[in-house]
Design a protein around this ligand. Structure first.
Ligand code: OOG
Ligand code: NI
Length: 267
């Protein structure tokens, strides 16, 4: 039976692949060796810490579906705060949500973000489609560039709005790929660039999580003064290791996540 959770992730996937051509290529590259479809380890969402659209507003959708808050992460230099959520049924992907700490930025950035988000009401943010509803504002390209000077994350949310910024393949569930290294080689062979910030593989077996990711595709965005191609979304790969009690580590590593954020930088 197709549950509400399945339906949500299907809609998130569709809005993600709409702007991420390489995700389809990688999905079939890895999935063609599977008996069943590729298993997602997690997805990630981004927002601003403005009360009507903040992390907790996005998270409410997952809490309503039975997800639980499981960890929090601070990114001091990038001025971001994140939480991750898990469902009691481990077959459902984990969810990583981040918000920009807007008060730590210039008055100009704060005014732009307030202007963009001011009129988004509860009816909009509580609707089932909010998590894949994209932008609710119109900005011109110079406003995007102004945000980019201060925060790549801010510019990304301004351009793409509410949608999954990446899906993550669970390496543990892949039949023909025994390591992140092996996945990385296959992805590079397909002509898709990896994020090399902090090395191609972030994390270690000792940290119980190894990750790698592509650099985001470039995709056209309609700004109020014309169309521009900018970085859209990326694909991530994660391999989890067992904790001393034998169960798989299910958290995230701040030092690795810090580098994964940079997958949407202009390469
Ligand atoms: C989230 C980056 C962190 C991970 O798996 O550590 C992350 C983002 O880019 O929004 O996804
Ligand atoms: Ni991730």
């Amino acid at each position: 039976m197709r549950t509400k959770i399945d339906e949500l992730f299907e809609n998130l996937w569709n809005s993600y692949v709409d702007v991420t051509r390489s995700a389809k290529i990688i999905h079939s590259l890895l999935g063609s060796t599977q008996q069943k479809d590729v298993v997602n380890d997690h997805i990630a969402l981004r927002t601003f810490n403005i009360s009507n659209v903040c992390l907790d507003v996005l998270a409410a959708h997952f809490l309503n579906l039975g997800y639980q808050e499981c960890g929090e992460y601070h990114f001091v230099a990038k001025k971001l705060y994140s939480k991750h959520f898990e469902h009691p049924n481990p077959a459902h992907p984990k969810v990583f949500i981040s918000e920009l700490l807007t008060e730590q930025f210039s008055p100009e950035l704060q005014a732009i973000v307030k202007g963009m988000t001011a009129n988004i009401d509860v009816a909009t943010t509580s609707a089932a489609n909010f998590l894949y509803s994209g932008t609710h504002w119109d900005i011109d390209f110079s406003t995007y560039q102004k945000l980019l000077e201060e925060s790549e994350f801010a510019a990304w949310v301004a351009a793409w709005g509410f949608r999954a910024n990446h899906f993550t393949v669970s390496n543990n569930s892949l039949l023909n790929f025994d390591s992140i290294q092996q996945i990385n080689e296959a992805v590079k062979k397909a002509g898709i660039a990896l994020n090399t910030s902090g090395g191609e593989i972030k994390g270690t077996p000792q940290q119980m999580l190894e990750q790698s990711s592509t650099m985001a595709d470039r995709h056209p965005v309609k700004f109020s003064d014309g169309v521009q191609e900018i970085p859209s979304c990326f694909y991530e790969f994660a391999r989890r290791y067992a904790k001393p009690d034998g169960s798989l580590f299910s958290g995230f590593i701040t030092g690795s996540a810090d580098k994964i954020f940079e997958s949407t930088n202009a390469s």
